[in-house]
Design a protein around this ligand. Structure first.
Ligand SMILES: Nc1ncnc2c1ncn2[C@@H]1O[C@H](COP(=O)(O)OP(=O)(O)OP(=O)(O)O)[C@@H](O)[C@H]1O
Ligand SMILES: [Mg+2]
Length: 282
């Protein structure tokens, strides 16, 4: 298994012949195998750029991204991706989409086994009975469930998710977050047996609910400051997590206040400086 991620002094510059734009500069962090880390930060700070490097679709201008100690040189079945935009094949049913991913990941499977396994993955994401629907016949939330089933079917060790629930209404978003937690935490899985997940989001609450750690990126294009790591926070809450208990826990509230001060740039004005220091030191 090659699941640790190491990003070392990563700089990414977009060039179109006439112009150069530095989107990320000197970004470094590491992730343990089986860790779920959220990347948060305002629009344009380089979150998707970072994910595209980890996916292998974009090369660093300098620095490197390593997975399992090896530089990422292109897309790999080891790394499954779920995007914000619904990315299902519109001409295939839900079952067809998941079965197609299985065909790519496990070409030796017989058709009957493939369909059986595809059905199983759809059932895991709560879509039993929807196998024969085409994407246009599914709600946004259901389409994202198929995308998650497809990523499960690919069974890569690493899951890269770019605002996967960004376009979903609040209730369905909560259901999908719970589903992701349940699938990732697994039933009795040891932390190191879990998938390594990089989860991009704008939503601080979503990041806290899901993550072991949160990487906050920031950028200021108007002042020519490229995306860089502002802070890395360890979420001081154990897994498995349950939304209901978490939202009522004092540790959650204190941590949320501390990080939101920094996230929303109100650090100086805050009356919660003390709490912040206490929580972040814990
Ligand atoms: N192909 C490209 N050519 C030039 N600049 C680009 C290109 N793609 C992205 N950028 C710029 O790089 C910066 C980072 O973009 P990126 O898409 O990574 O941001 P993001 O953090 O994912 O934003 P959002 O939250 O809105 O999705 C932005 O300023 C963007 O305009
Ligand atoms: Mg983006």
């Amino acid at each position: 298994m090659c699941r640790e991620i190491e990003v070392k002094n990563l700089t990414v510059t977009y060039e179109d012949g006439r112009e150069r734009f530095c989107a990320l500069e000197d970004v470094s962090f590491t992730m343990r195998a089986g860790e779920l880390v959220s990347i948060i930060g305002s629009s344009g700070c380089g979150k998707s750029t970072l994910l595209s490097v980890l996916e292998g679709l974009r090369s660093p201008s300098s620095g490197e991204a390593l997975v399992g100690g090896e530089p990422v040189t292109g897309p790999s079945p080891e790394r499954s991706v779920v995007f914000q935009q619904y990315s299902l094949f519109p001409w295939m049913t839900a079952l067809g989409n998941v079965a197609f991913a299985l065909e790519q990941a496990q070409p030796k499977l017989k058709k009957r086994e493939r369909l059986e396994l595809a059905r199983h993955h759809l059932e895991r994401v709560g879509l039993a009975g929807f196998e024969g629907r085409y994407p246009k016949e599914l709600s946004g939330g259901q389409q994202q469930r198929v995308a998650i089933a497809r990523a499960l079917a690919e069974d890569g060790d690493i899951l890269l998710m770019d605002e996967p629930f960004g376009a979903i209404d609040a209730r369905n978003r909560a259901l999908l977050q719970d589903l992701l937690l349940e699938l990732w935490e697994g039933d009795g899985l040891l932390p190191e047996q879990r998938k390594t997940v990089v989860f991009v989001t704008h939503d601080l609450d979503e990041a806290i609910l899901l993550s072991d750690r949160i990487i906050l990126l920031e950028a200021d294009a108007s002042r020519g400051i490229p995306g860089h790591v502002r802070d890395i926070f360890t979420v001081p809450l154990p897994h498995p997590r349950h939304r209901h208990d978490l939202l009522r826990s004092p540790a959650y509230s204190a941590f949320r206040c501390a990080v939101s001060d920094i996230f929303f740039g109100e650090e100086e004005a805050s009356s919660l400086q003390f709490a912040r220091k206490e929580v972040l030191a814990a």
